[in-house]
Every structure is written in structure tokens, then in C-alpha cells.
Ligand binder design. Sequence first.
Ligand code: ADP
Ligand code: MG
Length: 474
Amino acid sequence: MAAPWEDVLRDIPAIQEAAVVAVDAALLQGVLMRTEGQPNASDVVNFAPFTLLPSAVPSALFEQAYAVQQDFNMLVDAISQNKEFLEHTLASTIKVDNFTARLFRIYTQVLEEGLAQSVFLGINRSDYMFDSGVDGTPALKQIEINTIAASFGGLTSRTAAVHGQVLKVLGKPQEASRLLPNNPSRGLALGIAKAWELYGSPGAVVMFLVEEVQRNIFDQRCVENELWNRNIRVIRKRFRDVFEKGSLDEARRLYMDGQEVAVVYYREGYVPSNYDEQKWEARLLLERSRAVKCPDIATQLAGTKKVQQELSCPGTLERLLPGHAEAVTRIRATFAGLYSLDMGAEGDKVAAMAIADPDHFVLKPQREGGGNNLYGDELRQVLEKVRDSPERTSYILMDKIKPRPAMNYLLRAHSPLQVSECISELGIFGVYVRRGSELVLNEAVGHLLRTKAVEHADGGVAAGVAVLDTPYLV
Ligand code: ADP
Ligand code: MG
């Protein structure tokens, strides 16, 4: 994709002037993060990193990503209710991956006891890159779908205003007026509010389950404020608080400090470092409760990379979504090549293929949050080490997506202004609510564009690699 800003990119005085305006606009709009030094106080804050200029996104692919989101919502919801599928798909993984095994244990435990929860809320974000095919025509390819703690729906609702002002400063008011409004946090809050309402206890609260280190609090506050605006009370607690003060009554209603909790919205709990024995106990308590968990543990498992790989096998989507042939076609069109490393001849072949040509693949463990995947030489070394042991089944292999880079400036606090070759990743936020077997809400509620310099193979905004961006449709 040709950058639409070629004419101004090298005009250094104009860029410098625009960058100063951009940073102040970001602060004014609330594109904020707490600092690394003081992650749990708001006395001093930074702007969250963002691109100086919006990045070009092909409008057809943008529309395609929106159009498939309700299908993905339906798919995730279907997987979360399919015990046989989850059991079968994760069988090899949980033998070697302790974290997934631990989640799976809670999953089976709550099923054996019988679910107290009857209202279900899913908030997910499906992420894509634009693969430049052999003839250079870009195609929408899914990187992954996040079913827990999908972030930046708040901050991203404020970047379009910043980029609009930058374009005006650069003499491009027409282009500024073409930037799309976008407010995922309102849509996420709509889903939470619906689940809260269906839970049916007007005095109950929504609990945001948050990390010990809370640098990204402003992103969460955007969603919180939308709930307060609807007169829904929000509390923020950590696993530690739940361990110390959480309890269930005889109907398994969840209480925190004597307050009934209708909805638990996890912005925590997706990586092993989020847990110790007490926190696992807290997680189990929450999962056993009647409260609406976003996500419940089954839906978290539906978002594992192993499940993603299994979905790409012939016939799987058809089995999971019977009677939805068109949805299946739309979903499948976004899949890149995904390969199982399960033990056996097929897995042996896949391992050999990746070792012979590591630059064409990404090796992914069952982890979230960026910085865990392996590429190139490192991929080869790790795979050579584990190729003959069951340990290899803790990974999946994926074709590497190769988007065409474009030039942009990445603005970060305390960093010099310099032009970089960049690639972008588009995320679409989806929200759904189910009561019993009835899907009462299923929507795509907004987007997130993240951009990073090409030299970084991996990583998101929280990992310090990617920055917030706004799509400019071309
Ligand atoms: P995580 O759960 O850690 O976010 P992802 O699957 O999203 O895992 O991978 C992290 C990052 O690695 C992505 O944001 C993207 O930049 C890069 N990445 C992942 N898969 C691919 C792929 N198949 N091709 C190219 N880059 C990828
Ligand atoms: Mg990701």
C-alpha cells in the first residue's frame, strides 16, 4: 500500500511541528498510559505511543474484517459450549503445557459440579494482517483471536481525533474528514450492561478484575465510565482481593465485601505469571459462581492457539457451525496456513518443513500478551531441540504473514523523532451475550489499528513494540 502521505513524510520541519501538536492532542484526548516507573499512580502520566500519521488500510479488507466478526463471535460461543471438541483438541497440549492444563482442570471441575452461570458474555478481538500475495494483492489473514482481556478498545476511540488534527496541521483537511469515528469502549460497555441487566439483580455490581501492575488503566477507565454513565456500579479488584474477601452463598451468588457481583470482566488471568496458588483458588471461586464471567473459562480455552490451529483442519468449522455454510466460508477465507506439531508422521513432516525454511513460519506456544512467538533462527533451534519429544506439541506452527511496509513516525515518550518502515495489524472488537441457548446480542463494535517497525517480528502495544494508529481507508 502506497502511503498517502509521501509528499509530507520527508518535510522535516512540518513533521516536527505536527509531532508537537500530536503529542498535546493525545494528552488532551486521553490517549494515556501510566509510566513504567510509577505504574500504579496517576500523578505523572505519559501519552500512549502512537503513529504520527494514520496508516493506509484497503477498504475492501477493512469491510471484510467487519463482515466476518459476527461469524467469529458465533464460532467462539459454539466452541465454548462444545466439551468434546475442547477435550479432543487440547488433549495433547495439556499433557505438556502446565498453564493450559491448569485452566482445563478448572474447566472440567466447574462442569462436573454443574454450571451456576446462565448468562454468557463474550468480548473478543480478532486480529489480522494484510498479506501481500505473490502478485502483490493484499489479503486479510487472521493472526489470532483474543477471547480474554482484549485491550485498547478505550484508547483507540480517541486516536482518530488526534490524527485528524495532525492531518489538518499538515494541510490535509479533506483527508482528516475521511477518518472514521470509532468507539469500541461504548460497544464493550453495551455488552457488559446487557449481561448485567440479564443477571437480574439491580443492586449488583460489575467487577473489573485487574492486574497488580496497572499501566493501562485509562484504557479500562473508558469502559468503566460508559458503565457509570448507565448508572451501573463498577469496582476494581485483583485476584488477591478475591482470595481474601470473595465468597459464594448457597445459590453460588458471588459476593465481594458484602456486595453482590453480577459480571466479572477479566483484564487479568491470561498468562502464568498472573497466578500463584491463592490466585488459582480465586479463579476457581469466580468460575464456580453464578456471576457472568467475561470470559468464562471455556471461552478462554476457545481462544488458545491450539484451538485456532484445529479450526483450520478440513471439516472442523462445518462440524462446529452446522447450517452456517456462508459463515464458514467467510471465516475460512481469513485463515493463514496453520499446522499441528502433534506426535506422528504428519507432525514430523511439519517440523522438518519448518526447520528447512524457518523464515516462512512462526512457532507459537500457548501464550498471550506478545513476545512469546519464535521466528527465524530461534524457531529452528527450538524446533530442532524438541522435534523428537512430546514437548513440541505445546507449540503450533503458522505461515508467516508478510505485509507490505509503509513509512511512518512512531511517537513514544522520551524517544527521538525518526521515520520507520512499518507494518500494521487490524483488530475488530466483537461482543455477544447469550442467555441459556439464546444469543441475544451479537455485534462488531469497533476496530483497533496497531503499527510497528518491521524489525520487530513480534509484540503488541503493552509489550512496548507496537503503537496505536488509525486506519485511513484507501
Ligand atoms: P499474542 O497472543 O502474544 O498476542 P499473536 O499470535 O498475536 O500472539 O502474535 C504476537 C505478534 O506476533 C502479532 O501481533 C504479530 O505482530 C506477530 N505475528 C503473530 N503471528 C504472525 C504471523 N503468522 N505472521 C507474521 N507475524 C505474526
Ligand atoms: Mg496478539
